[in-house]
Structure formats: structure tokens, C-alpha cells
Ligand binder design. Structure first.
Ligand code: ADP
Ligand code: MG
Length: 292
């Protein structure tokens, strides 16, 4: 492509709400054959809400919600917001927390009313050696519906499960179908568990899923695809996604996401929609053929 057509391509992008940082990104985008999409906030709205509270022992649902919301106050995770919003709606007063700690890719911990509480995924329960005594089946059935279940352990025992659900963006399915028609393989990547990830992937027609990926391992997963000879675009919105956005041949940030993701990317889609991924690749292909 000529410098002139690259400038035109970048301009075309801007007209369509796609900020292309460099002519180089535009040149690389037409060589892509793999699109890795983050799940939460990229394929889904990223605004989960609470759906289920299951008590597994002596603590009531209200206790479980109070404990989880109190601890999640210290977290900035979208899952934390979902729990706190629900507690606020039900006017449940929060308790004082000491020893708060966020465990990336696992959950949170803290001491509330003299009780040591862990709240997070199955990996966290395993790490802390909490026996689940068959309770996992409740979580599995919620996960199969695309919900994200979180376990609560109180003083070493499983006490409850709280699940949240996030909505798939209305045009995720059509965009993913279009990307496949354009000859691109679409892959989902997420820190969420395998069952929940598969359920969401099914709703949007994605066949290849990388789930249970720790925040620090997202970039490594992109690198592995590149080692298979793939030209990879990573699309994401979170702080967690930044290293993978940098590692990818083309990093694409959702404009409604975090500044960290935007700064790590080559292309920013101003709106929350994934349609911009299709447009960006079409503009790149047209630019390289000097169509403009
Ligand atoms: P993602 O950004 O894809 O949700 P994360 O690595 O942030 O991935 O989280 C992976 C999983 O770890 C979540 O699905 C959840 O089960 C658990 N988790 C992370 N943060 C929290 C939190 N603040 N509260 C409860 N669970 C959490
Ligand atoms: Mg995300």
C-alpha cells in the first residue's frame, strides 16, 4: 500500500469509530487468520448481575450475601460490583473486613465477624483445601447455563454458592459468524471456568475455547497460537488483557474498556460493539489492495 492509501485507510477507520494507531497496524490486519476474543466485557456486556444464592450449611442467604459484599468492597472486579449492587438493593448493611486480599484469577479473602472467609472459584477452594462434599454439582449446573458460580468457604468449610450472569452483547453472534465467513478462526479466552465459558461460546458460535486462563497467562496463550504459525488479533477490554494485546500481531481494545487496555492496543473500537473488528479488517484488506 502507498502511504497515501494508508492515510486514507486510517481516515476510513476514524469515520467508522475505529481508531487505528499506525499505518503498520493497518498493513498487518489483512494478514490475520485468528481472532482471540476475551469473554467478559468483550463478547458479553461485562455487567454481570446476581442470579442465585445457595446456602450449603448453617449460614443464611442473607449472611452469605452480607459476607461476600463486605469483602468484595475491596475488589474492583466486575463480579464484585454485581454482588455489592445486589446487597445494596436488598439494603443489607456491610460488615467490617480485616485482612482483605484479592487473589488474581481465584477470588478474594478476608476476615468478617471473626470468621475467615474465602470467596471465589473452584481453583480457590482447591488451593485452600476446602472439601466440597458433592456441592460442586450445584455450581456445575449453574455454569452450564452460562452463569459464573462462586464458592464461599467460612472457617474451612463450604458455606454457599453465589452465581452471577452476564448478557451476551446483541451483535456478538452475528459478528463472530461474519468473521468466520471472512476465513478467520475465532477463539475465546477467559479466566472464567471451562463450563461457563463453553456455555457462552455455544451461544455465540465459538468452537475453540481457552478457559481457566490466569491473568498472567493470557499473553502466553496468544504467543502459543503465534508459535502454531497463526497471525493473531487479540480483542479485549480489561487490565488483564493488556499484555495479550501487546503480544498479539494486532491488539484491539474495546473503547468502553479500561485505559490500560486502550494504551496497549493498536486499534481502539470507540463503541462497545464487536462490529468494529469486521470493519477494521475490511478496511485493512481494501487499503492493501489500494481500493481507495
Ligand atoms: P475474567 O477477567 O475473565 O473474569 P479473572 O482472572 O479476573 O478473569 O477471574 C477469573 C475467575 O476468578 C472469575 O471467573 C472468578 O471465578 C474468580 N474471581 C476473580 N476475581 C474475583 C472476585 N473479586 N470475587 C470472586 N471471584 C473472583
Ligand atoms: Mg474482559
Amino acid at each position: 500500500a502507498t502511504p497515501m492509501s494508508l492515510t486514507t485507510g486510517v481516515g476510513k477507520g476514524a469515520e467508522n469509530g475505529i481508531l487505528i494507531r499506525s499505518g503498520e497496524a493497518l498493513q498487518v490486519a489483512q494478514k490475520l487468520n485468528t481472532i482471540v476474543l476475551d469473554k467478559t466485557g468483550t463478547i458479553t456486556e461485562g455487567k454481570p448481575s446476581l442470579t442465585d444464592i445457595v446456602s450449603l450449611g448453617k449460614y443464611s442467604k442473607t449472611d452469605l450475601l452480607k459476607f461476600s459484599a463486605s469483602i468484595e468492597k475491596g475488589s474492583e472486579h466486575p463480579l464484585a460490583t454485581a454482588i455489592m449492587d445486589n446487597a445494596e438493593k436488598k439494603k443489607i448493611p456491610l460488615a467490617k473486613v480485616t485482612g482483605f486480599n484479592a487473589i488474581p484469577g481465584h477470588g478474594v479473602e478476608g476476615i468478617v465477624e471473626d470468621k475467615r472467609i474465602y470467596f471465589g472459584n473452584l481453583k480457590l477452594m482447591k488451593k485452600e483445601g476446602i472439601p466440597l462434599n458433592g456441592f460442586n454439582k450445584y455450581a456445575s449446573s449453574m455454569a452450564d447455563e452460562g452463569k459464573t458460580p462462586m464458592f464461599m468457604a467460612i472457617d474451612g468449610e463450604a458455606a454457599g454458592i453465589i452465581a452471577v450472569a452476564d448478557t451476551v452483547k446483541e451483535d456478538s453472534l452475528s459478528v463472530i459468524q461474519e468473521l468466520e465467513k471472512m476465513g478467520l478462526e475465532v477463539v475465546m479466552i477467559t479466566g472464567d471456568n471451562q463450563r461457563t465459558a463453553q456455555a457462552i461460546a455455544k451461544q455465540v458460535g465459538i468452537k475453540r475455547v481457552l478457559a481457566d486462563v490466569l491473568p498472567q497467562d493470557k499473553a502466553e496463550n496468544v504467543r502459543k497460537l503465534q508459535a502454531e504459525g497463526k497471525k493473531v488479533a487479540m480483542v479485549g477490554d480489561g487490565i488483564n488483557d493488556a499484555p495479550a494485546l501487546t503480544q498479539a500481531d494486532v491488539g484491539i481494545a474495546i473503547g468502553t474498556g479500561t485505559d490500560v487496555a486502550i494504551e496497549a492496543s493498536d486499534i481502539t473500537l470507540i463503541s462497545g460493539s464487536l462490529k468494529g473488528v469486521v470493519s477494521a479488517i475490511k478496511i485493512s484488506r481494501a487499503t492493501m489492495k489500494n481500493v481507495y
